[in-house]
Design a protein around this ligand. Structure first.
Ligand SMILES: *Cc1c(COP(=O)(O)O)cnc(C)c1O
Length: 229
């Protein structure tokens, strides 16, 4: 089995090739290493290999890992990419740098109200249901503009962009289709004056298709840490 450092390097090379093919600068894509289900030591190993941004799905698991890796702070950036219930917002507002999966105003309002004074605004993306998402979460495209305007107005959040988790499909063209839909929604919001700069799309199986359609954050788990039980 290749080490985490070797697999990270392979993923960085995939990103660089995809950026070159799309005529995009390689620095325009941030690699988010999705460490869910893997132990703090795996994150430590990735950090030692130069990785800084980590994604987690489950709040309790993430909080334990963030605590265990507090000695690396502030060298680590933590992104919550899984679903967030209202009763967990206080802990999330205190511990994370980014939240990607916001699809309800109530959760955003709670995060803004609970973000501790003295921390930078919480960076957030709205999750959009572009293709009958596997997870069934995400705001419907028709409801997106109103949600985006309301979230952008919250004082302790900074709305950065959109995220999606399309149904897994094989083939480059089929993978591009939902990413292109999200890109269109993103451009429409920007045309309405929202200062968005982030498209959080692309996972281990479709990062090339996502980068072709404008991904600025790719969320990669399996290709770095291996398969999950
Ligand atoms: C698990 C997960 C990922 C990473 O998926 P891989 O296929 O392992 O790269 C990315 N995004 C979200 C929202 C996830 O839940």
């Amino acid at each position: 089995m290749a080490s985490i450092a070797v697999k990270l390097q392979q993923v960085r090379e995939r990103i660089a090739l995809a950026c070159a093919a799309a005529q995009r600068p390689v620095q325009s894509v941030t690699l988010l290493a999705v460490s869910k289900t893997f132990a703090a030591d795996a994150v430590r190993e990735a950090h030692a290999a130069g990785q800084r941004a980590f994604g987690e799905n489950y709040v309790q698991e993430a909080l334990a890992k963030i605590e265990a890796l507090a000695d690396l702070h502030p060298g680590l950036e933590w992104h919550l990419i899984g679903p967030l219930q209202s009763n967990k917002t206080r802990e999330v507002a205190a511990a994370f740098d980014w939240v990607h999966g916001i699809d309800r105003l109530k959760v955003a309002e709670r995060l803004s109200a609970q973000r501790p004074a003295g921390l930078a605004p919480l960076q957030v993306c709205l999750q959009v249901n572009v293709s009958g998402e596997a997870s069934k979460s995400g705001v419907a495209p028709a409801a997106l503009p109103a949600l985006a305007r309301a979230v952008a107005a919250l004082p302790n959040l900074r709305l950065r962009g959109l995220m999606a988790i399309p149904e897994p499909v094989a083939g480059f063209a089929a993978q591009r289709a939902p990413h292109r839909v999200l890109r269109g929604l993103f451009e429409a919001l920007r045309a309405q004056g929202l200062a968005l700069d982030t498209l959080s799309i692309g996972m281990s199986a479709d990062l090339e298709a996502a980068i072709t359609e404008g991904a600025t954050i790719v969320r990669i788990g399996t290709a770095i840490f291996g398969g999950r039980a």
